[in-house]
Design a protein around this ligand. Structure first.
Ligand code: EPZ
Length: 430
């Protein structure tokens, strides 16, 4: 299994470019199933989850190619296998995103249930209820969701019990070619949902209201080929800004978009950081140590759960205490005990962590447990005195493109050591 060795204590300085967002790219790739033509994608990040989605589309029969300019071309017209097998779904829960598009296109789909996950139970019941409301017959047998709608899906009014990002994306994709109008209420307002609507509209889809809590989709007969551009990764952007701050440095992220990060940036300002925003770049530094700042995760435009662990790492070295409350996932505190191993003072009480700032962190062997937890360990290790070894680093490769290279460009000393027993376990992937 690969490990990262981080020699901490160096202030990170300089600029780094944001990659395309993994969580935006995944639904965009799944949406190719709906398109009667080829889609050319720009800014798809080179990540393991993206490779998994490509394998899934190839398994279904799509033609996938990458050109010399790093563009990805997908033609799903030859696809003839409306199935997502367990072996692929277990390594990436987002594989369930193909359910809506497959059902819409083939009138049937067989998709493995994702199962549990390191950060919570993460059921997909709201995806299934929404598809049933659109006329699908759904059974769950032998670990698979079997869905059928031989006469096509029909538009419906669907109100989500709680905000679900991939649930909104799945039903939006299912509705694009359905008969009649679908209204999604209490829909996710996440930028990744907007990116999906922005991809589909120029291909012929009729979608309005994305970016608000009510999205209206009027079914059309077909979508034609075209291009799609993945938005910058807001979580990666914020992670590099946090890396600058936790090391007492000064980092600028380019080719990004501050409008997707307002809650995070306002919490940094509240903590005492200077945040400068200019035409697609964000720069952060602090003249004094940061102050303890409270955070509560919420759906967009609230503070993202995908930045909770990284913000907690920052707060371990802040002056005073911070209360960090996780409201999206029930078990997203696996990083806490690992941060404590690095010298942090954190007490957990239910869904709330009380972080009391300490003077310094010190190196220790730690273990990554999920993608964003790994990012928080990288941050803490960058600030810690000594050399920290982070094992199970395959988690980070799911969501951070060229992380050693990017951190190295900012002055960090990071090495990857390979081991031979690289192991993928099921059920703990986002
Ligand atoms: C997306 O997961 C992201 N993944 C996650 O990114 C992110 O943490 C999460 O949204 C929240 O922002 C992708 O976009 C691929 P949800 P998703 O459905 O869509 C419950 C990362 O590190 N729920 O919005 O699976 C669910 O259990 C990750 O990149 C149901 O109860 O999350 C959770 O408590 C991991 N039933 C809450 O809703 C359902 O049918 C929100 O989950 C669906 C969700």
């Amino acid at each position: 299994m690969d490990r990262l060795i981080i020699h901490g204590g160096r202030p990170l300085r300089g600029s780094v470019e944001a990659s395309g967002a993994k969580n935006a790219a995944l639904p965009l790739l799944a949406a190719s199933i709906l398109v009667d033509g080829q889609v050319s994608y720009h800014r798809v990040p080179h990540l393991r989850d993206i490779a998994t989605m490509m394998s899934l589309l190839v398994y279904q029969g799509a033609k996938v190619a990458v050109d010399d300019h790093n563009r990805l071309h997908i033609d799903s017209r030859p696809a003839n296998q409306p199935e997502a097998p367990y072996d692929l779904v277990k390594t990436m829960r987002a594989s369930a995103l193909v359910l809506g598009p497959l059902l819409s296109r083939f009138g049937k789909a067989r998709v493995s249930l994702p199962g549990g996950c390191a950060i919570g139970a993460r059921p997909i019941d709201m995806h299934l209820k929404g598809l049933e409301a659109m006329g699908a017959a759904i059974t769950v047998e032998n670990g698979y969701v079997n869905a059928s709608a031989p006469y096509g899906l029909t538009g419906s009014r669907i109100c989500f019990d709680r905000v679900t990002v991939t649930g909104t994306e799945n039903l939006m994709m299912a509705a694009v070619l359905a008969h009649g109008e679908t209204v999604l209420e209490n829909a996710s307002q996440e930028p990744e949902v907007v990116n999906l609507a922005e991809m589909l509209r120029p291909l012929g889809a009729d979608i309005a209201g994305d970016g608000t809590s009510t999205i209206t989709i009027r079914g059309v007969d077909a979508l034609h080929g075209g291009t799609a551009e993945v938005i910058p990764d807001r979580i990666e952007t914020a992670t590099y800004l946090a890396a600058g701050l936790i090391t007492g440095g000064d980092v600028m992220v380019t080719d990004t978009d501050d409008r997707m990060l307002e809650a995070f940036l306002s919490h940094l300002r509240e903590a005492g950081a200077t945040v400068e925003v200019h035409a697609g770049t964000i720069r952060c530094y602090a003249k004094q140590p940061l102050k303890g700042t409270d955070v509560r995760t919420m759906p967009h435009p609230g503070f993202p759960t995908d930045l909770q662990a990284q913000f907690m790492a920052l707060m371990t070295l802040a002056q005073g205490s911070s209360t960090i409350r996780e409201t999206i996932f029930e078990n997203r505190f696996m990083h806490v005990q690992e941060l404590v191993r690095l010298g942090a003072n954190i007490q957990l009480n239910g869904n709330t962590a009380l972080v009391r700032g300490v003077e310094y962190l010190s190196a220790a062997p730690v273990m990554a447990t999920d993608l964003r937890a790994s990012a928080s360990l990288v941050l803490a290790a960058l600030a810690a005195e000594g050399s920290t070894e982070i094992s199970r680093i395959y988690h980070i490769d799911r969501g951070y493109e060229r992380i050693e290279e990017k951190l190295g460009k900012l002055g960090a000393e990071v090495e990857r050591r390979s081991g031979s027993n690289h192991m993928l376990t099921g059920g703990d992937f986002g």
